[in-house]
Design a protein around this ligand. Sequence first.
Ligand code: NDP
Length: 344
Amino acid sequence: MPAVTSGKVLVTGANGYVAVWVVKSYLEKGFSVRGTVRSESKGKYLRQLFQSYGDKFELVVVDDITREGAFDEAVKGVDAIAHTASPFHNRADDPNDVIVPAVHGTLSVLNSALKHGSSVKRVVITASCASILEYGPEPRVFSEKDWNERAIREVNEKGRAAANGDKYCASKTLAERAAWDFYNKHKSEVQWDVSVLNPPYVFGPVLHEVDKPENLNESSRLWWDAVVAGKLSNEELATNGSAWVDVRDLAAAHVLATTTPEAGGERVIISPGAFKYQDFVNIAHRLYPKLPAGNTSYDPAKAVHMIQYDTSKERKLFGIKYHTAEEMTRDTLEDFIKRGWISV
Ligand code: NDP
């Protein structure tokens, strides 16, 4: 069971919302990081952000992650890989717009690690609870044993007409499955193993380059729309939700998945629990009364959480001390205020 406690980590899609926190966490724990971005211009902000780490932070351009051999150079000399790059948006018309980069991006990294990653010992994959949950008529508790077969069926049957959420879920399910299939096929040929992290909705302060709220990454924009912009109806605020995790805890989980020997060969759900958007609205409005009050008759004790997760594996392997909803909301709003996006 290889694990890595020092050295260099390759982080794919280093400019993304989750990835920038992942890079920061590795650097703070003493690792060197080689990030990949799709173009030189996407790396400029990162070079500034991590300037104080000197040559412990480097960037390489991988313009097309789906191309075979795309990561052949990038994997050389690294001790671990964190593969985060994957499209997360609800704009796909053709399901392949998200499925192809998700699946082929993953396979391309693994293939490069197989052929050229002679120093790689652990590959951490940023998967998702999207590959675990299945929406159904009854509340349900999911675990790492579950797979989202429904989204794949929906996309196969309906194609472009499938719900956009199902297209994204299918992309993550197919990509994670491809990773496990690849690893199981090649594990006797490699000296590395795979650890998969399955987070639900990721919220929390923003560290990547964003000029305005409309351009936030998908999960942060959903949070903004609900908590700051007041775009959800009272009914939606009390009923829309799922499970969540603070982006800083997910980043810490990437380091733990790299350094914990027993995380090899495991998929691990990373979440402190369930939410309804009104839970965050309540905190935000109490901290900053100018922000929307939302649904004032919401009773959290009566909220029905359709999707919940058994996180006992995470507690056993990592024992993360999660940020609370209060801390996440406070820090996210402070970040938005500092950016001049809200005045309170
Ligand atoms: P972002 O949109 O902020 O970042 C996505 C990253 O992937 C960017 O670096 C982006 O590069 C890259 N990427 C997207 N599409 C492609 C493509 N076609 N080819 C090459 N690179 C691509 O999203 P997040 O940070 O939120 O997501 C990061 C990872 O975390 C993803 O794997 C996502 O599925 C997973 N995840 C996120 C959750 C969330 O709530 N945020 C929940 C669960 C999992 P570029 O900027 O050049 O487009």
